[in-house]
Ligand binder design. Sequence first.
Ligand SMILES: Cc1cc2nc3c(=O)[nH]c(=O)nc-3n(C[C@H](O)[C@H](O)[C@H](O)COP(=O)(O)O)c2cc1C
Length: 224
Amino acid sequence: MSITLDQYRQWLAERHSVRAFTSELVDPALIQDIFTAAQQAPSNCNSQPWRVWLVRGEACERLRQQLVTAVSQGEIYPQDFTSVENFSGLYRERQIDCARALYDAMGIERADKPARLEAMLRNYAFFDAPHVVFIGMNKAFGYNNALDVGIYVQALVLAMHAAGVGACVQGALAHHAPLVRRFLNMPEDVGLLTGISFGYPAQKPANAARTTRAALAEIVTVIE
Ligand SMILES: Cc1cc2nc3c(=O)[nH]c(=O)nc-3n(C[C@H](O)[C@H](O)[C@H](O)COP(=O)(O)O)c2cc1C
């Protein structure tokens, strides 16, 4: 079985983050197939350092409520792994472009701080998705292992895309690690890296947002 590079490129470009979901559940057998497919992700020494918690049904509702309540009350928890949230220069420009794409699609003015805050809070409601998956790795691991987990995350999101299931990778869901850890009963030696809300896309303005990518010349240096 093979696909052409052109087909692959087009298929990759079709995927986009989904930030509004219907309440329709993804069939458990399809979820099983999606996660089985993602297990093919390569990793350093085949160590497969990703740890995965799938939350659905009534548990998903309870966690959604707990997170929204905590974040609305301004509770800030430390993250398990250090991360750079304040981009500068070129990276800041791309961050602004990405936020603008979302807010424009949602009809939110840049100056409308309450509406932007509301949109940000949707992260913690899992954008109404009926399922969310949390992904972590051993706290003692380093960047090389996090790279493996990133490759797994991409494999998972693309497996969802192939199955017609929408998803949004959410670094925001790692911002409340102690609450999530308690809820999931995660072992203390495992750190939370990210969460991914997933389900069937709803016909909502947020899902019309599209992002662009930098030109190759900005990214790739050719040495010959
Ligand atoms: C590691 C990672 C963390 C992300 N965190 C968030 C997040 O917390 N909230 C959100 O709405 N989108 C989040 N995104 C989605 C990105 O904004 C999105 O992938 C990017 O703007 C490109 O858009 P696209 O996915 O539609 O192609 C994240 C994506 C990645 C890969």
